[in-house]
Each structure stands twice: as C-alpha cells, then as structure tokens.
Design a protein. Structure first.
Length: 122
C-alpha cells in the first residue's frame, strides 16, 4: 500500500479549502483517508497553513510520501516564511506596450525639464 500525504479539496465552487491528509495512493483525491494532519486555506490573507509537523514526521518515518504541493507547504510551515504570491507574466505585446509608455513618459519628463530650464524671453 503506497501511502501519500496530499491535499483533499473541500469548500464551495471557486472557494477552495484544503485538508492535508494521509491516504492510500489508490483512493480518490477527496475520498477516504487514514488521518488528517493539517489544513490549508489559500483564500485568507495571509494564507493559512496549519500542519501538525509531528504527525507528518511520524508518517514520513513510516514510509508515507508527501506530494510536491504538500512538501512545499511543510517547508513553509517549518520555516515560518510567508507563502510567495504568484507573479503575473506579461505577454511580449504587453511588455512592448509598457516599454513604449515608459519611453514616452521619460521623453515628456525630459522635455518638461528642458522647458523649465530655458529662460523666458519677454
């Protein structure tokens, strides 16, 4: 029996809430599990991670394998570091547009500075 430590999804539609569970690898994601060892709520600010590290260590010693997501959460729970927010990547088109806007703003600022330095002749 391959035992996994993984996330079981609960909560409403588009409002996820996860339990960190120890389950047989053949069971469904949200199905029967052996033991609940923690909780994870990604919707709170900051994200709530509540994991019983002693129980996790016991299960890992018995041969349970944490999934990559749970491994990341365990590492965060051990160090106490905040969960990193995902950075959105701009498309090439959006990057070019932002660069052009920045260049135009720089030119406008330079022109305004040049105009204010020139003596007024009247």
């Amino acid at each position: 029996m391959a035992v996994k430590i993984r996330l079981a999804r609960h909560g409403a539609k588009k409002r996820p809430y996860y339990r960190v569970v120890v389950a047989d690898g053949r069971m469904p994601r949200d199905g029967r599990y052996i033991e609940e060892v923690g909780r994870y709520n990604p919707l709170t600010s900051p994200k709530t991670i509540d994991i019983n590290l002693e129980k996790v260590d016991e299960w890992v010693a018995k041969g349970a394998q944490p999934t990559s997501a749970v491994s990341h959460l365990i590492e965060i729970a051990r160090t106490g570091a905040p969960v990193a927010e995902k950075k959105t990547k701009l498309s090439k088109k959006a990057q070019a547009k932002a660069a052009a806007a920045a260049e135009a703003a720089a030119e406008a600022a330079a022109a305004a500075a040049e105009e204010s330095e020139a003596p007024e002749a009247e």
